[in-house]
Design a binder for this molecule. Structure first.
Ligand code: BES
Ligand code: MN
Length: 458
C-alpha cells in the first residue's frame, strides 16, 4: 500500500494538470451544438484510460458515447476477485450566464486551493480522483485486491436516458459487487461524508389557458378569468402555513426518520446563521418540526422551477394573458413513488382548478428515491476508507439531489451504490464559478486507494 500512497503524493501536480486538460472540453450535454465537444472529451478520456494501463473502449449509444475502462482482470488464490464499478459523467451543465464567471468556464484557473472550471466538481474532478488512485496501483506495481470497471457516461445532466438500456445490454460484463459514485457532497474539506440516501424526483409542467388570445384588460377585464391570477391562486394552495405540501396523501408513504438517523444528522456541521448568509436569504424557510439538515435531505418538497405568463417586456401592456404556465418538481424521499405522487398531484389540481380556465398537465421524468442501510458491511468498509484518507470520522448523510441511475443499478445489476461525495457546499455545482477543492481531490484519491482494500476484505 505504501508505494501507492507515495505515488499519489509524488504525482499530485501532474494530476492537476491533467484535470485541467479534461475540464477544457465544453462537454455541455443540454446543448446540441456541443455534440462534437462531447465526443472529443470522451476520446480524450479513452486515451487517458489507456495511458494509465486500463483496457478501455468507447461504446456508442443513441446519444453520447459511454467510456468503459477496466483494470486487467486478475485472480486471487485461483478465484475471481471481487468486482466493483465506478460510475461518473463527463458531461457538464450549461455554463450560462457567462458574465457572472470571474474567469471563463472552460479555461481552468487555480485560485488558492481550488480549480475553477465548469465540470470541475460535477463531475470530472470527482471520478478523475478514482482514476488516479487506480493508476497509482497499476503504475507502482501493487496488486489490486479487486477488479474495477469505470463507466463514464455523457448524458447524466440530461437524465441518463440511454444508460438504463445500456446497463441491460452489458449486464454480464457489468455484473459487480457494488457501484461506487463520487458525485455528491461532503460537509467541509476536513469533514468527509458518506451519503446513504438520495431524494427522488417527479416533474410536471402545468398550463392554465383562458381566452384564445391576449385580451384588452380594460375592455374585457371583469368578464373573464385571468389565467395568471388563477394559476397563482392555485399554486398558493399547494403549501400550508407549516411549510408542508398541501396535496392530500402526499406524505402517506414517507418513511419517518429513525432516532439513529436524527442523531447522525445532528452531527452535520451546519451553522444556521452562516448558512442563511451563504444563501443570501433574510430568513430560512422549511417544514415545521424538522431541522434544516432534515428538511433539505430527508423530507419531500414541491418547488416551482419556472413561472411564465403575459407580457415580460419593457413598460406596461394592459392585457389579460391567454395562458399561464409553471414548471414544478417534487423531491421525494423513501418510500414515496413518483407515479403515485404524480397521480395525487394531478387529481388535486383538477379539483382546485376553477371552471373559468382550462387545465393541462404534462408529466415529465421521474425517479425513485434511494436508500441503503447505513450500517451495512460495504458502507462500513467505505467509512473506514474515508476515515483513513481524511484522518477524521466521516458523517453519515442524506443528500437532497437525485442520481436517477442508481435505481437502475439496483434493478439491473442487483448491486448497491456507495456514494462517496467530494464536492463542497460552496463548490457552485450548476452555478457560475464552479470549482473543485484540490485537497478534496488529493484526499479523494487516497480514499479510493484505501477503498479497494477495505471493500475487498470486508
Ligand atoms: N451530482 C448531481 C446530483 C447530486 C448533487 C446529488 C448533490 C446529491 C447532492 C447530479 O449531477 C444532478 O444534478 N442531478 C439532477 C438529476 C435530475 C436532472 C433528474 C438533480 O438532482 O437535479
Ligand atoms: Mn449535476
Amino acid at each position: 500500500m505504501q508505494p501507492v500512497v507515495t505515488y499519489l503524493k509524488k504525482n499530485q501536480s501532474r494530476f492537476v494538470d491533467e484535470l485541467c486538460e479534461y475540464v477544457r472540453f465544453p462537454s455541455v450535454s443540454a446543448q446540441t451544438n456541443h455534440r462534437a465537444d462531447l465526443k472529443a472529451c470522451a476520446d480524450w478520456l479513452l486515451k487517458h484510460c489507456r495511458q494509465i494501463g486500463l483496457e478501455a473502449r468507447l461504446c456508442p449509444t443513441a446519444g453520447n458515447p459511454v467510456v468503459m475502462a477496466r483494470t486487467p482482470r486478475g485472480r486471487s488464490n485461483g478465484k475471481p476477485r471481487p468486482h466493483f464499478l465506478v460510475y461518473g459523467h463527463y458531461d457538464v451543465q450549461p455554463p450560462e450566464p457567462f458574465e457572472l464567471w470571474k474567469t471563463p468556464p472552460f479555461e481552468p484557473q487555480i485560485r488558492g486551493r481550488s480549480l475553477f472550471a465548469r465540470g470541475s466538481t460535477d463531475n470530472k474532478g470527482q471520478h478523475f480522483a478514482h482514476l488516479k488512485a487506480v493508476e497509482a496501483y497499476l503504475k507502482s506495481d501493487v496488486e489490486l485486491p479487486c477488479d474495477i470497471t469505470f463507466l463514464v457516461e455523457g448524458e447524466e445532466e440530461v437524465g441518463s436516458k440511454n444508460l438504463g438500456p445500456f446497463l441491460k445490454t452489458h449486464r454480464v460484463e457489468l455484473d459487480c459487487d457494488a457501484i461506487v459514485i463520487s458525485d455528491t457532497g461532503m460537509p467541509a474539506a476536513n469533514c468527509p461524508g458518506l451519503t446513504y440516501a438520495l431524494r427522488g424526483i417527479a416533474a410536471f409542467e402545468i398550463t392554465l389557458s383562458g381566452p384564445t388570445r391576449d385580451l384588452h384588460s380594460g375592455i374585457f377585464g371583469g368578464n373573464v378569468d385571468n389565467p395568471a391570477m388563477a394559476l397563482s391562486q392555485l399554486l398558493a394552495q399547494l403549501r400550508d402555513e407549516n411549510g408542508r405540501v398541501a396535496v392530500p396523501g402526499f406524505y402517506d408513504e414517507v418513511q419517518p426518520l429513525s432516532p439513529y438517523e436524527r442523531r447522525q444528522m445532528k452531527r452535520f456541521p451546519l451553522k444556521e446563521k452562516d448558512y442563511r448568509k451563504f444563501l443570501g436569504v433574510p430568513k430560512l424557510f422549511g417544514e415545521r418540526g424538522f431541522t434544516p439538515v432534515e428538511q433539505r435531505s430527508a423530507r419531500p418538497t414541491l418547488e416551482i422551477n419556472g413561472l411564465t405568463s403575459g407580457y415580460q417586456g419593457e413598460g406596461t401592456k394592459t392585457i389579460i394573458p391567454a395562458w399561464a404556465s409553471v414548471k414544478i418538481t417534487c423531491r421525494l424521499v423513501p418510500n414515496q413513488r413518483p407515479e403515485r405522487i404524480a397521480k395525487l398531484i394531478r387529481a388535486h389540481l383538477r379539483k382546485l382548478c376553477p371552471p373559468t380556465v382550462r387545465l393541462e398537465i404534462e408529466g415529465g421524468h421521474g425517479a425513485k428515491p434511494y436508500l441503503v442501510s447505513p450500517t451495512g458491511r460495504q458502507t462500513q468498509a467505505a467509512l473506514r476508507a474515508l476515515q483513513s484518507a481524511f484522518g477524521t470520522q466521516p458523517v453519515l448523510m442524506r443528500e437532497g439531489g437525485s442520481i436517477p441511475i442508481v435505481n437502475e443499478f439496483k434493478k439491473t445489476l442487483h448491486a448497491d451504490t456507495l456514494l462517496l461525495g467530494l464536492s463542497l457546499p460552496d463548490d457552485n455545482a450548476h452555478s457560475p464559478n464552479e470549482k473543485f477543492n484540490l485537497d478534496c481531490f488529493a484526499k479523494g484519491q487516497l480514499m479510493s486507494a484505501y477503498l479497494w482494500r477495505e471493500l475487498s476484505e470486508s
